[in-house]
Design a protein around this ligand. Structure first.
Ligand SMILES: CC(=O)N[C@H]1[C@@H](OP(=O)(O)OP(=O)(O)OC[C@H]2O[C@@H](n3ccc(=O)[nH]c3=O)[C@H](O)[C@@H]2O)O[C@H](CO)[C@@H](O)[C@@H]1O[C@H](C)C(=O)N[C@@H](C)C(=O)N[C@H](CCC(=O)O)C(=O)O
Ligand SMILES: Nc1ncnc2c1ncn2[C@@H]1O[C@H](COP(=O)(O)OP(=O)(O)OP(=O)(O)O)[C@@H](O)[C@H]1O
Length: 496
């Protein structure tokens, strides 16, 4: 990995205090100087200001000693520390982003940042954007829940949208590497938890909104409101908005920044796609926009990728990027890891790994999978623990409505009882009565079962985890990659 944030000029603590405004109170002399900021004691570097935040499980102040051991020189929190000079503010989480941006030289001001939000398609759209930017000759970086990639290397992502201090460090590193545009995912958690405060977006992109994350946001209106925060004139210069659902239309009607809309259903959009052909080799469609009509041939699979490509082209159009080069880049993208990724070990049926984990994704993808076969669609499915329990039954119901065989198994239960998760999904799937429903707790066995049941011409899809490399059972975590497991299962079945 080579995305280290280079050291920054020291900033006196008194200057930090001044930046935070009149409500901030300093406990200490203010003689110290800080060279960076971190909100995780484990990631503190010598010279850092440690932002100790109240969280869901802990208060960061509990980790002050560890921050000191790593070289923290001062703290930002909602109460003073006995260990470090502290600047106290009422809501330190709100303060971190803008302060980190200032300490790292306002990196987003020097970058064209494409922020992608929405329930589904953020990662895919960010990959398409990066490919389009690079195709147009623009040095691009990418921040997604899979990896963070600049011009000089990449590293695995910890979450979809990095915490505020890590985000500003990454943007500063990108800037120093010569990156000039960044495609990044902006999750609703990221917006609600102020991770992107202090970041200026050249364009905010809205893909779509469907039920998800209601454990955190409580209802769809709050979920939408979190997403809509990205589109305020204080955060973004322009917007690209998908209007194929009610929420996108609502957003398009209310944003005050210059915007273009896109759609794969409505000619009323500024940029729209039609004549979609999605088969097992790729996806083509006609794109109609301000500069005319062009045919786009994606190597990515599934009609949903037309929506994501429209999102990317619309955002690139809004930013005035050369579209010929950008479209060539988009057409060259061969896969997004774990997003309808084909697994081919020479078997006589189609096999995919996908990340669908909500009914919005299921409803968009199953029709495509169905179109690929005259035989059966077999899905391996589960529900992730510690997430909205209200989404489990709909996942089971929709899978059973749209597939022929549903193999229910474990995803990552985290601290929840795996059997309860399986029962919720399988119970709902069984009530549909049209699909065969099996429960196979161990994921590798479930995948092998699906493969064994596949006849020539069928479609097998292992859903829900995409490219995740670890299955998390709370106390036990084990390496598990669905793509490897599916490939191995296919090979084993061929030998048998
Ligand atoms: C809601 C949320 O984002 N929570 C994350 C967050 O929790 P938190 O801020 O409440 O932190 P906490 O664990 O209570 O700890 C409090 C403070 O102590 C600090 N700390 C904690 C432990 C330690 O050893 N040292 C230390 O400094 C933490 O950095 C934090 O500032 O910080 C924790 C550790 O730093 C994360 O483990 C935790 O992720 C939770 C488990 C999580 O699952 N987050 C998911 C839901 C998430 O954010 N997902 C979205 C994408 C969703 C999607 O699009 O599908 C994302 O953007 O990734
Ligand atoms: N435009 C779309 N419309 C509906 N479903 C989609 C769309 N794009 C992707 N999907 C589905 O959502 C899954 C996740 O896709 P992707 O990772 O691109 O989205 P995401 O918004 O980043 O999701 P997450 O935040 O969960 O990573 C895909 O595997 C696919 O099943």
């Amino acid at each position: 990995m080579s995305i280290d944030c280079p050291s920054r000029p020291p900033t006196p603590l008194r200057e930090v205090l001044r930046r935070l405004g009149g409500a901030a109170v300093l406990f200490g002399t203010g003689e110290e100087v800080v060279t960076g900021i971190s909100q995780d004691s484990r990631l503190v570097r010598p010279g850092d200001l440690y932002a100790a935040l109240p969280g869901q499980r802990w208060h960061g102040a509990a980790f002050a000693a560890e921050a000191v051991s790593h070289g923290a020189v001062a703290m930002l929190s909602d109460h003073p520390s006995e260990l470090l000079p502290t600047i106290v503010v009422d809501d330190p989480r709100c303060a971190v982003g803008p302060l980190a941006s200032a300490l790292y030289g306002n990196p987003s001001g020097a970058l064209d940042v494409y922020g992608v939000t929405g329930t589904n398609g953020k990662t895919s759209t960010a990959y398409l954007l990066e490919a389009g930017l690079r195709g147009a000759g623009i040095a691009a970086g990418r921040i997604t829940g899979i990896t963070v990639r600049g011009c000089c290397g990449s590293r695995d992502a910890v979450r979809t949208t990095p915490e505020a201090s890590e985000l500003q460090q990454t943007l500063a590193a990108f800037k120093d590497q010569g990156v000039s545009a960044v495609a990044m995912e902006v999750s609703s958690h990221g917006l609600a938890l102020h991770r992107v405060d202090g970041t200026s977006f050249g364009v905010a992109v809205f893909t779509n909104l469907a039920r998800d994350h209601l454990d955190f946001h409580k209802d769809m209106d709050s979920y939408f409101a979190a997403k809509a925060r990205l589109f305020s004139a204080e955060r973004c210069a322009t917007a690209a908005i998908g209007i194929d659902d009610e929420f996108g239309r609502r957003l398009a009607a209310t944003v005050s920044v210059p915007r273009l809309t896109f759609s794969s259903k409505s000619v009323a959009a500024d940029i729209y796609g039609d004549d979609v052909h999605a088969d097992e080799g790729g996806t083509s469609f006609r794109l109609h926009g301000p500069s005319g009509t062009t045919t786009i041939r994606l190597r990515l699979l599934g009609a949903h990728q037309v929506d994501n490509a429209l999102a990317a082209v619309t955002a690139l159009t809004v930013r005035g990027v050369d579209l010929d080069g950008a479209i060539a880049g988009i057409e060259g993208l061969d896969t997004v890891p774990g997003r309808l990724e084909a697994i081919d070990a020479g078997q006589p049926f189609l096999a995919f790994v996908d990340y669908m984990h909500n009914t919005g994704g299921q409803r968009r993808l199953f029709p495509y999978l169905r179109s690929l076969t005259r035989g059966k669609v077999i899905v391996v499915i589960g529900a992730t623990g510690n997430r909205d329990p209200g989404k489990r039954a709909p996942l089971g119901t929709t899978a059973a409505e749209l597939a022929d065989i549903v193999v229910v198994t474990d995803e990552s239960p985290f601290s929840e009882d795996a059997e309860v998760l399986r029962d919720d999904v399988a119970g709902a799937a069984r009530r549909v009565k049209t699909a065969e429903v099996l429960v196979v707790p161990e994921r590798g066995e479930a995948i092998a079962t699906a493969v064994t049941l596949a006849a020539p011409g069928d479609v097998v899809v292992v859903a829900g985890r995409g490219s995740d490399a670890v299955q998390d059972f709370g106390r036990v975590r084990r390496p598990f990659d669905d793509r490897v497991a599916l490939y191995d299962a296919v090979l084993r079945s061929a030998r048998a």
